[in-house]
Design a protein around this ligand. Structure first.
Ligand code: WQD
Length: 337
């Protein structure tokens, strides 16, 4: 049985990926500093799968802590989610983002190399494409970033490409996520934003529960179907299943592969609002506001490479994403506590 180390494994995407790894027959070891997640997530993973992952409360900046994990476990591959992920926050405290997301990741890659573990799946983001010249976005499109968070994703990609070039034994999967939303069908796992949600769907969910008065729509003067921003929303379980395919591929191949994980379908802010209203049965009042700095008009994935290389395509549509997200919100009105 192969053992996978999941950094950030108690987080939103990490926890869903742990469930699917266990379901696929892998042994899972979770490493997390619990800065942005709760240890109780491990109990919920056990409730869903019948297995509780081995857990290390370690910060990726703690080299000795990382070495302990690799010393005590025979790790076959690493899925690296651990990192700060708020675009707006990264503009306010860039050095914290560079230290954690870059220095912390380099720490991890060094510990992997010293332990002879050279298979890594990295949690990248469509944000590395910047404002694309056209859509759908292909993996060979130009890369550019407009905020420190996105830059840390791009730099991690560059670092891993250089590591692979320096040693052909490395196997590197760079997975570029579009917009993950939704939750596990049990309602036991889902997204628990800290404070006021930056992202659309967690904010809409809080309007649906009455926690927020109305949705602020950041601009309706974009060149899109209804003037509001268009994004490629992907069910977090589809995203997790994409990681299972990526690990399988990485364990069989050396070198670097960059793969989009999206649905290839774009929805506008107002279309998502309507889908969530339908799923929840709640009115979602909104007000059109000024554009949010740094936002782009349209972003959705070309999904051909994921299909060809990984044999993976997203299965869930926007209605199920909203239904599962609403189900989680109802069961966890204050998020996972
Ligand atoms: C989606 C659309 C907003 C909130 C970011 C990161 C990306 C990933 C996902 C981490 C846009 C509009 C939003 C609101 C709104 N993050 N919106 N009112 O900006 O596409 O992507 O989050 O991995 O890397 O870049 O996601 O959900 O913030 O915005 O009108 O209250 O919803 O303008 O058009 P985004 P988002």
């Amino acid at each position: 049985m192969k053992t996978i180390l999941v950094t950030g494994g108690t987080g939103y995407i990490g926890s869903h990926t742990c469930v699917e790894l266990i379901n696929a027959g892998y042994d899972v070891v979770v490493l997390d500093n619990l800065y942005n997640s709760k240890k109780v997530v491990l109990d919920r993973i056990e409730t869903i799968t019948g297995k509780k992952p081995k857990f290390y409360e370690v910060d990726i900046l703690d080299r000795a802590g990382l070495d302990k994990v690799f010393k005590e476990n025979k790790i076959d591959a690493v899925i690296h989610f651990a990192g700060y992920k708020a675009v707006g926050e990264s503009c306010v405290i860039p050095l914290t983002y560079y230290k954690n997301n870059i220095s912390g990741s380099v720490n991890l890659y060094e510990a992997m190399k010293d332990a002879g573990v050279m298979t890594v799946v990295f949690s990248s983001s469509a944000t590395v494409y910047g404002d694309p010249a056209s859509v759908p976005i292909k993996e060979d499109f130009p890369l550019s970033t407009t905020n420190p968070y996105g830059t840390t994703k791009l730099y991690n990609e560059r670092i891993l490409e250089d590591v692979s070039t320096s040693d052909e034994e490395w196997s590197v999967m760079l997975l570029r996520y579009f917009n993950p939303i939704g939750a596990h069908k049990t309602g036991l796992l889902g997204e628990t934003p800290n404070g006021i949600p930056n992202n659309l769907v967690p904010y809409v969910a809080q309007v649906a529960t009455g926690q927020r008065e109305y949705l602020r729509v950041w601009g309706n003067d974009y060149n899109t179907v209804d003037g509001t921003g268009v994004r490629d929303y992907i069910h977090v379980v589809d995203l997790a299943l994409g990681h299972i395919k990526a690990v399988e591929y990485a364990l069989e191949h050396k070198g670097v592969e960059k793969v989009n994980l999206g649905t290839g379908i774009g929805y506008s802010v107002l279309q998502v609002k309507d889908a969530f209203a339908k799923a929840s049965g709640k009115e979602i009042p909104y007000q059109i506001m000024e554009r949010r700095p740094g936002d782009i008009a349209t972003c959705y994935a070309d999904t051909e490479k994921a299909k060809e290389v990984l044999g993976w395509t997203a299965q869930y549509g926007i209605d199920e994403m909203c239904q599962d997200g609403w189900n989680f919100t109802l069961k966890n009105p204050n998020g996972i506590e």
